[in-house]
Design a protein around this ligand. Structure first.
Ligand code: DX5
Ligand code: ZN
Length: 216
């Protein structure tokens, strides 16, 4: 089973993003998670293209870009050009998810779809065999450092069941409140990609923490 840690740069020291990227390069993290927030879909603003381009310059790992923005369809080509390898949009933000999925695929990059914890997992069913990844938010999108919502395990099980029934190949990613305490249970539940912001970047030894998350 694929097991990937995707540390979220949102929790890094923005005064020294190069050092954060070098840590990621030296670590067992396979991806780097990039949270783009617009202050409209979510009540917080993070950063945009210039920061993404700067990270791309220093980071050798694929950039796993999580769009928390309205009208993501307007910016897909620019995110692809700025260096996204995986581009994930919120189901809640688009009128026609299939169109957005096709637009992202046409850029030659991986496509992900995501939902907040209050959206039924069943809404994803029509898209599951058309995406590379489904991201289940395990906190409400908007801020790092929140507490993992325990009901998420039921949602993961429901998603797994739909994936199996549809014989789909997509990866399952979770995001929010992931730390060394819940990592092994999440991998055992069938999650493939764990996003971790504060647990990695606030750790005394982030490289070791990433290693432990993969090996506990
Ligand atoms: C929340 C973001 C997350 C966040 C995770 O809206 O999508 O990726 O950075 O942060 P932690 O791991 O601190 O909960
Ligand atoms: Zn995220």
């Amino acid at each position: 089973m694929t097991k990937i840690i995707s540390p979220s740069i949102l929790a890094a020291d923005f005064g020294n993003l190069q050092a954060a990227c070098e840590m990621i390069n030296a670590s067992e993290a396979e991806w780097l998670h990039i949270d783009v927030m617009d202050g409209t879909f979510v009540p917080n603003i993070s950063f945009g293209f210039p920061v993404l381009e700067a990270v791309k310059k220093h980071c050798k790992k694929p950039l796993d870009v999580h769009l928390m923005i309205v009208h993501p369809e307007k910016y897909i080509a620019r995110f692809a050009k700025a260096g996204a390898s995986v581009l994930t949009f919120h189901y809640e933000t688009v009128e026609n998810p299939l169109e957005v999925i096709e637009l992202i695929k046409s850029e030659g990059i991986k496509v992900g779809i995501t939902i907040n914890p209050d959206i039924p997992v069943s809404v994803l069913e029509p898209y599951i065999d058309k995406v590379d990844l489904v991201l289940l938010m395990t906190v409400f999108a908007g801020y790092g450092g929140q507490q993992f919502i325990e009901e998420s395990y039921d949602r993961i099980a429901e998603l797994k069941e739909i994936i199996k029934r549809k014989n789909a190949q997509c990866l399952i990613e979770v995001d929010g409140g992931i730390n060394a305490q819940n990592t092994s249970k999440l991998f055992e539940s069938g999650v493939n990609v764990l996003v971790a912001g504060s647990a990695v970047f606030n750790a005394p030894n982030p490289i070791e923490t990433i290693h432990d998350m993969l090996n506990t």
